[in-house]
Design a protein around this ligand. Structure first.
Ligand SMILES: NC(=O)c1ccc[n+]([C@@H]2O[C@H](COP(=O)([O-])OP(=O)(O)OC[C@H]3O[C@@H](n4cnc5c(N)ncnc54)[C@H](O)[C@@H]3O)[C@@H](O)[C@H]2O)c1
Ligand SMILES: O=c1ccn([C@@H]2O[C@H](COP(=O)(O)OP(=O)(O)O[C@H]3O[C@H](CO)[C@@H](O)[C@H](O)[C@H]3O)[C@@H](O)[C@H]2O)c(=O)[nH]1
Length: 430
C-alpha cells in the first residue's frame, strides 16, 4: 500500500523504514529539513540499532521523505507520529498534533479518493475522535466515516530496540470505528502479522486503543517503582535486593521483566505519559493515587543517590564523573534522563562535572554546554573524586583498572552494573 507518515522522529522513522521493508511504499513528511535530507540520503536521523541498514536499503526506492504535505495525496493512509510532550502542569500538549491535523486536512481537501488517518502518537483517550477528527473535518470540508476514516494504533516499541520491537510485537492494537477502517488496517498490517508469526491482533475502539497505550506504560513504570520501593526496603535491612527481585520474578504471575531496581525510569515516554494520564484523570475528578505514588518513588531515587555521595563529601569543588548520559543503554536519547537530574544537582552544589556516554554526548551537550565531556569512561575517571553510574551500558561492567586513575575512589552505582572490587569506596543505590 501507499503510506504516508507525518513526523519522522524515533517512531516515525522506525515505522517508515519497517513498513518499507515489509513491502509498502512509504513517504515521511516532516517539518525538519535536516531529517528529510538525511533520510533521502539513506541515513537514519537517529541512533537505533538496525535502522540505518533499513533506511539505506529502501531510501530512494520504497522510502522517501519530504517537507511537502502534498505527498500525502498519492497515499492511501497517513500515520500521525508527532510529538505529544507535556505542558507545565503535566497535561498533554497537543500542539503538534493539532497543527499536523490541520495541515493534513487542508491537503486532503484536494483528494478525490477516501483516506485513512491513523493516530500513532500516544494521546489521551478521546483525542482522536474529539480533537484530530474534527480538525481534519474543518480543514478539509470532509466528514469522518464518509470521505475519510480515523483510527488509532498505539506503538509499543522501546528505544534501543525499536526495529526489533516493531517487527516482533507482543501484540498489535487496532482501534477503529468502521469496517472500512479495520479492513484497511488489516491490509497495512498483514505483512507484519505474517513476518512476526501471527502475534495477537486486538481490535477495539479508538479511545480504548488510546487508553491501552497509557495503561501499558503506567503498569510498566509502576512495576519498576514497586521494585525500587522494595529494593529501598531491602537496603535498610542489608538484604540483597537483586536476589529478592530475581526470585519474585520467577513467579509467572509477576514475571522478571521491568523489575530492574536502581535510579528509576526516564526517557521520552514513561515520565510524560504517567504525567499526562494523571492530569487527564484529575481533569475528570479522579485521583490516581497508586500512579502518583509510582511517580513519587521515581522522583526520589536520584535524590537518594546524591545523598549517598554527600554522605562521603560535600561535592563543592570536587570532580564528579557521571557515567552514562542517555536515559537507557542502546540509545542516544537523553530526554528525561536521570543523568540530567544528577548533573543539575551537582552543578548547583558547585561540583566540577565530567560526563561520558558512548553515543549520547552531543545530545547532552545541548542541555549542559559547559560541563566537560570525556571520550571514554577511562578518561572520565582520571582524577575524578567520585563516579556516579547513571546508565547501565554494558561497557561499565568491564571497568576495572580504570578506577585506579581516580583521586578519591568513590563509586555510587545507580544501576548495579559495576563489579565491586578492592580499593573502591563502592556503594550501590539499591
Ligand atoms: N520514542 C518512543 O520510543 C515512542 C514509543 C512509542 C510511542 N511514542 C509516541 O510517539 C509519538 C512520537 O514520538 P517520537 O519519540 O517519535 O517523537 P520525536 O520528537 O522523536 O519526533 C517527532 C517528529 O515530528 C516532527 N514534527 C513536529 N511537528 C510536525 C508537523 N506539524 N508536521 C510534520 N512533522 C512534525 C518533528 O520534526 C520530529 O521529527 C509521541 O506521541 C510518543 O509518545 C514514542
Ligand atoms: O527494569 C527496568 C526497566 C527499565 N528501567 C528504566 O525505565 C526507562 C524506560 O525504559 P524502556 O521501557 O526500556 O524504554 P522506552 O524506550 O522508554 O520504552 C517505554 O516507553 C515507550 C514509549 O511509550 C513504549 O513504547 C515502550 O513499550 C516502553 O517500554 C529507562 O530509563 C530504563 O532505565 C528500569 O529502571 N528498570
Amino acid at each position: 500500500m501507499e503510506l504516508s507518515i507525518i513526523g519522522s522522529g524515533y517512531v516515525g522513522t522506525t515505522i517508515a523504514a519497517c513498513f518499507a521493508d515489509l513491502g509498502h511504499d512509504v513517504v515521511n513528511v516532516d517539518i525538519d529539513e535536516d531529517i528529510v535530507d538525511s533520510l533521502n540520503a539513506g541515513h537514519a536521523p537517529i541512533h537505533e540499532p538496525g535502522l540505518d541498514e533499513l533506511v539505506e536499503a529502501h531510501a530512494g526506492d520504497r522510502l522517501r521523505a519530504t517537507t511537502d504535505y502534498d505527498a500525502i495525496l498519492d497515499t492511501d493512509a497517513t500515520f500521525l507520529a508527532l510529538p505529544t510532550p507535556s505542558n507545565d502542569d503535566g497535561s498533554i500538549d497537543l500542539g503538534a498534533m493539532k497543527a499536523a491535523a490541520t495541515s493534513l486536512g487542508e491537503t486532503l481537501a484536494q483528494k478525490d479518493d477516501t483516506h485513512l488517518v491513523v493516530t500513532k502518537s500516544t494521546v489521551v483517550p478521546t483525542t482522536t475522535v474529539e480533537v484530530i477528527g474534527p480538525r481534519i473535518e474543518e480543514a478539509s470540508g470532509k466528514t469522518v466515516g464518509e470521505e475519510f476514516d480515523i483510527a488509532m494504533n498505539p506503538e509499543f516499541l522501546r528505544e534501543g530496540t525499536a526495529v526489533e520491537d516493531f517487527l516482533s510485537p507482543d501484540k498489535i492494537v487496532l482501534g477503529a470505528q468502521s469496517e472500512r477502517a479495520y479492513e484497511q488496517l488489516d491490509e497495512i498490517f498483514a505483512p507484519l502479522v505474517e513476518r512476526a508469526g501471527d502475534p495477537p491482533v486486538v481490535k477495539t475502539g479508538i479511545s480504548e486503543a488510546e487508553m491501552i497505550k497509557y495503561a501499558n506504560n503506567a503498569f510498566l513504570a509502576s512495576k519498576i517503582s514497586l521494585a525500587n520501593d522494595l529494593a529501598n526496603i531491602c537496603k535498610e535491612f542489608g538484604v540483597d535486593s537483586e536476589e529478592v527481585l530475581d526470585a519474585i520474578g520467577l513467579d509467572s504471575r509477576i514475571g522478571s521483566a521491568f523489575l530492574g531496581a536502581g535510579l528509576g525510569w526516564g526517557g521520552s515516554c514513561f515520565p510524560k505519559d504517567t504525567a499526562a494520564i494523571i492530569a487527564a484523570a484529575r481533569s475528570r475528578g479522579y485521583e490516581p493515587r497508586l500512579l502518583q505514588a509510582a511517580v513519587d518513588v521515581n522522583d526520589e531515587q536520584p535524590k537518594r543517590m546524591l545523598e549517598l555521595l554527600e554522605d562521603r563529601f560535600d561535592p563543592e569543588g570536587k570532580r564528579v564523573a557521571v557515567l552514562g548520559l542517555s536515559f537507557k543503554p542502546g540509545t542516544d536519547d537523553v530526554r528525561s534522563s536521570r543523568a540530567i537530574l544528577l548533573i543539575d544537582h551537582l552543578l548547583d552544589a558547585g561540583a566540577d562535572v565530567v560526563g561520558y556516554d558512548p553515543v549520547a554526548t552531543e545530545n547532552m551537550r545541548v542541555h549542559f554546554p559547559n560541563i566537560d565531556y570525556a571520550t571514554s569512561a577511562a578518561d572520565a575517571l582520571v582524577d575524578a573524586d567520585a563516579a556516579l553510574v547513571a546508565t547501565d551500558w554494558d561497557e561499565f561492567a568491564a571497568l576495572d583498572a580504570q578506577f585506579d586513575e581516580m583521586r578519591e575512589k568513590v563509586v555510587i552505582d545507580g544501576r548495579r552494573i559495576v563489579t565491586r572490587r578492592d580499593g573502591l569506596d563502592y556503594e550501590s543505590l539499591v
